[in-house]
Design a protein around this ligand. Sequence first.
Ligand SMILES: [Zn+2]
Length: 576
Amino acid sequence: MEKFIVSARKYRPATFKQVVGQEAITSTLQNAIKNNHLAQAFLFTGPRGVGKTTCARILAKTINCENLTENLEPCDKCESCTSFNNNASFNIHELDAASNNSVDDIRNLVDQVRIPPQVGKYKVYIIDEVHMLSQAAFNAFLKTLEEPPAYAKFILATTEKHKILPTILSRCQIFDFKRIRVEDIAAHLDYVAKNEGVDAEVEALHIIAQKADGALRDALSTFDQIVSYSGDTLTYKNVIENLNILDYEYYFKVTDALLNGNFSDLLLIFNEIMENGFDGQHFITGLTEHLRNLLVIKDPATLQLLLASPSLKEHYKEQSEQIEVPVLFRAIDICNKFDLSYKTSNNKQLHVEIALMQLAQVNTDQAVQVVKKAVSAAPKTVNEPKKIYGKEADKEIPKDEEIKTPEVSQEIKKKEPAVKKEENGRKIKNISIRDGLNALKQKSDDTKEAAEEPITNEFDQSRLIEVWRNFTEVYNATAPSFAHALAKYKPVLKDNFIIEFKVDNILIAKDKINVSAMLEYFKKELNNNQIKLAPVVADKTTHKTAYTDREKFEEMAKKYPDLADLKEQLNLELDF
Ligand SMILES: [Zn+2]
């Protein structure tokens, strides 16, 4: 421990320029100083560790400096600046309202406000965590805030703006501090590392920055913590071990296995992860995030949402090129479902393994195939591959038709069992949002023209349920929330081919695109073009949701009578 540094303090910015990731705020403040339009009171709000108090101190120092620089920064040389730098200035008063929130604390502060500054122009009062002030303290403070002397400036800082009284808010100029971007934090860490002679890997700094969730102070203290442990070299490995982060290499491997449909590999990798002491949910959420990153990197428009170091981005890009969007959607959907139900499962390991089983099939999943086909059947767009002539053309193997050599055909069949399924008879329609739109369009065209020839194939309730189930399963890949909402209730076949179906709210029934797609699907599958849909909004009053803790307990006790017995046996009282 020869080298102990508290970077958050040592590298606390002393000028506006040094503040990391809050350019909008620092430049507004500097403009106000320049134009002499400084408010009397400020409210700095935003998450913890993003520079609120730091900016407050810089502002206090800057407005008291006797020799402002051209860039409107404190000179760091004059008497005022030096006393600020030595924490010896009489012009700055800081009150941490988290621990000093009584009326007396505020009265002390208010008494000081009456005394004008001896040196410099302004007395600056910084009240940190101002939302913690008691009601009485707030009221005592309000009077001062209403009529402050010209030399007094107040900077109130809070992480919880919504707790501040409107009377206070209306008297302050409000500055919303943002979470600091991962890139900015990583760049600052890099600067600190170079200054401290620490040889740090880019990946390592990025991971620290990511974990800090926008708070530079947290990032710096993590940095210190790991450096004090690992010395002058900071590697990615050090960091993930210290922060207990699962190496993202695992997710790349899992995704590879998933693409190859290799279930045994998936099981083995997962087993290794468990042996390293990570829990299943950690793994599932991490994998979801990984898949999300693969999705994000596919589109230049969403690329900025991917927070990773350049080399890692490259790695993501490579893998994302091997995986199609519908596959990603489906895989993310599976992960998400298993993540949500993780807490309630009795056998956590098995729970994750079942998820892996489904993921192993994702590339050949029926629903995914439907969407893939719909995508490939889409009208030609600019992205269509260029036609290849000459030598290259020979290499093009027609996938669905005319496969000449039997070996090749077998191989292809093996890789795409979904194609085989279709040959087996059950025909899957391409249902997509586009179909819904087309159906809608057709419908309006139809009204102008003569009515179509009626086809009235008979079908019964059980056949309806079957088709309904198929639709909700297949359509899950196109519009999961719509499909999910439908799957909750069973439809009822009424006279004249009217299908009554329940929905939780009217918005689902009014979802024209999806409802039309559904109607088209039914008409085709049931071979009946006279089918009509009749949505009914489900009666919610039958299922009352438990709101209070007591209601929840009673609900639970109804379900598990043992619970009530236990309460009796232990002679427990409900104190809610
Ligand atoms: Zn100065």
